[in-house]
Design a protein around this ligand. Sequence first.
Ligand code: CUA
Length: 304
Amino acid sequence: MLPEAASSYAPAVDRVFWVIFGLSAFFFLLIVAFLVYFVLRYRNNREVLPAFESVHLEIAWTVIPFVLVIGIFYLGWKAFVIQRAVPEQAFELQVNARQWLWEFRTPDGQVSVNRVVIPADTPVKVILSSSDVIHSFYVPAFRMKMDAVPGRYTYAWFEAKPGTYTVLCAEYCGAAHSRMLATLEVVPKEEYEKRKQPSAVPAAATSRDPVAWGRELYETKGCNACHSLDGTPGVGPSLKGLFGHEVRLQDGRVVKADENYIRRSILDPTADVVEGFNPVMPPFAGLLSEEEINALIAFIKSLQ
Ligand code: CUA
C-alpha cells in the first residue's frame, strides 16, 4: 500500500504512519458502532434520561488519549530526530531548484539536470537552494521531503538501497509544477566509482546519433515540461516545425529560427521571448556542453 521503502529511515516513518492509521481506524469504527447502536436503541425514546456522572469514566477518557498522544509524539519525534541528524562525512549533493527543473552538483563537480547518479548505502546530505520560488524536494521511496527556499539553504539526508527513484516537487510552484520531476539513480559504491571516471563519457557521447541523443536530452533536461512536440503551446512554444521558420517576438522583432537562434534561446532564454509567452525559462548556460547543445539542435531540426 505504501511505496517501496528504500531509505535507511523509511521503516521508522512507516511505523509512525501505521500506528496513527491503526489508532484512527480503531476509534473510527468504535465510534461509528456506538453511534449506530444508540440511534437504533433510543430511536423512539422521548423520556429525559437522568444526569449521569462517573469520575472513573472521566479519568479514563482523559488519561487514555493522553498516553496515546504522547506515544504518537514519541514515535514521531524519534523518526524526526533520525532525519535531522546527518551522519558525519556524508556525500554532499547540492540541489538547486528552479522553475521547472532540478540541478544537481556532486562533490566531484559534476553538474546535471533532472538526473543524477549517487552511491548506495552511503549517507547522502542533500543541500537545497532555489533560484526563484519555494519548491519542495520530495522522494516518496525515501519518505523524505524538504522545501527549497530562495535565499537560504535547507538540508535533508538519506541512505538508500540501489535502485531508480523519482523526485517530485511537492510545493505548487507554477505552470509546470506537476512536471518538475527528476530521477535519482542509486548504484552500488564500486559502480559509482567506475562511472565517475569521466574518460569514458565523451567518446560514448560523440559517437551517438545526435537526433536520438537530443531527444533523450529533451526529456532528461526537463525541456518536455514546457515545450511540446505536437504543436500544442504549453508554458513555452511547441518545438514542432520550429526550425527554419520565422518567429515573432514579444518586442515586435521577427527572427528566423536557425541554429544561432535556438542556441541563444537555450542559453539565454530571456533574450528573445516569443510573442504570447512569458520570460520564465531558466538559462541553461553552464548546464549543457557544446555537444549537448548540438544534439538538441539536431533533434529540433528533425521535428519538421
Ligand atoms: Cu517546483 Cu512545484
